[in-house]
Design a protein around this ligand. Structure first.
Ligand SMILES: [Zn+2]
Ligand SMILES: [Zn+2]
Length: 303
């Protein structure tokens, strides 16, 4: 009932509800282990199903389900295996390409999003392809979309870091340089001894401290970044604004401490919301899925 292909192949020799004699179905070209699993799933033999399945075996099962057009029935049984692979210890190698392809074949949106996100975050920047050279057109397109998404996210991170640098750099500019309690551009009148007080260094001190901390934590400049997107996001997440005492600040200070602290909070929050993998429904639609996606995500509205 779940597979139109099996249905036709078996119905041809069956008469009505009762089968006259056992029907042999040639499956010599199919993977034996995958076929055994597939039959147990279709016959609801849940007690025969293993609790874990390697990525390669899951992929073979998915390919077989696709071949016999019964991915809908098989999909439910595979959720637990996807989950185990997703939470497997880091010592267990899970081929991201195989598992993502299995998620496409079984139409599994949650783990498609999770595994694409994992690849995007953990893969070093040098690697620009998810798939082997011999991959089919669909998987090549996926690889390109995933790399494009990583590049877009990276650009937003660069822009965010520029946001953090901005209030620091302004402290060193001529336009904000000022004497204590005097607006920029004003020079205090000399006192009896001809002294004119000193330049206010409160903002400059904060900026120097923060830029040093960003550099120490490998957040700025970009040349000191860790080698993966996930590495950069994690360093930003862990960044703590160092303590700075600005009790000497005057009315004409820019308030670098306050601005920088707010921006750090903002940037961390933006990344938490922005970073995720790809949506299977959108990928299958070849861009942005017009209807509701099973994986919840923000969409850019088409103009
Ligand atoms: Zn000042
Ligand atoms: Zn979508």
């Amino acid at each position: 009932m779940t597979s139109p292909i099996f249905n036709v192949a078996l119905a041809r020799t069956a008469t009505g509800r009762s089968v006259a004699k056992p029907t042999a179905l040639p499956v010599r070209d199919d993977d034996g282990d995958a076929m055994f699993l597939l039959c147990n799933i279709l016959h609801l033999r849940n007690d025969k199903l293993p609790s874990r399945l390697p990525a390669e075996a899951l992929y073979k099962l998915a390919a077989l389900a696709e071949k016999y057009k019964c991915a809908v029935a098989v999909g439910r049984a595979t959720i637990g295996w996807f989950d185990r692979l997703y939470h497997a210890s880091s010592q267990v190698y899970v081929d991201p390409c195989r598992i993502i392809e299995a998620a496409i074949l079984l139409d599994e949106p949650t783990f498609f999003a999770r595994f694409t996100e994992r690849w995007m975050l953990s893969e070093p920047f040098g690697n620009n392809s998810l798939v082997p050279a011999a991959a089919d057109a669909r998987m090549k397109r996926l690889s390109t979309e995933l790399c494009n998404r990583r590049t877009t996210l990276l650009a937003t991170i660069r822009a965010d870091i520029d946001l953090l640098i901005d209030p620091c750099s302004i402290a060193f500019s001529k336009t904000t340089e000022h004497y204590i309690d005097y607006a920029p551009g004003m020079t205090p009148d000399p006192d009896d001894q001809g002294r004119i007080g000193s330049l206010c260094r409160v903002d400059e001190g904060a900026a120097t401290l923060y830029l040093g901390a960003l550099r120490d934590e490998k957040i700025w400049p970009a040349m000191v970044w860790p080698a993966s997107l996930g590495g950069i996001i994690e360093t930003i997440r862990l960044f703590r604004v160092p303590e700075y005492d600005e009790c000497d600040k005057c009315d004409f200070c820019e308030g670098v401490k306050g601005k920088f602290g707010l921006l750090v909070t903002l940037v961390k929050k933006m990344h938490a919301e922005r970073v995720w993998g790809l949506c299977l429904d959108c990928f299958k639609a070849g861009g942005v899925n017009a209807g509701e996606c099973r994986y919840e995500h923000a969409k850019v509205k088409a103009a």
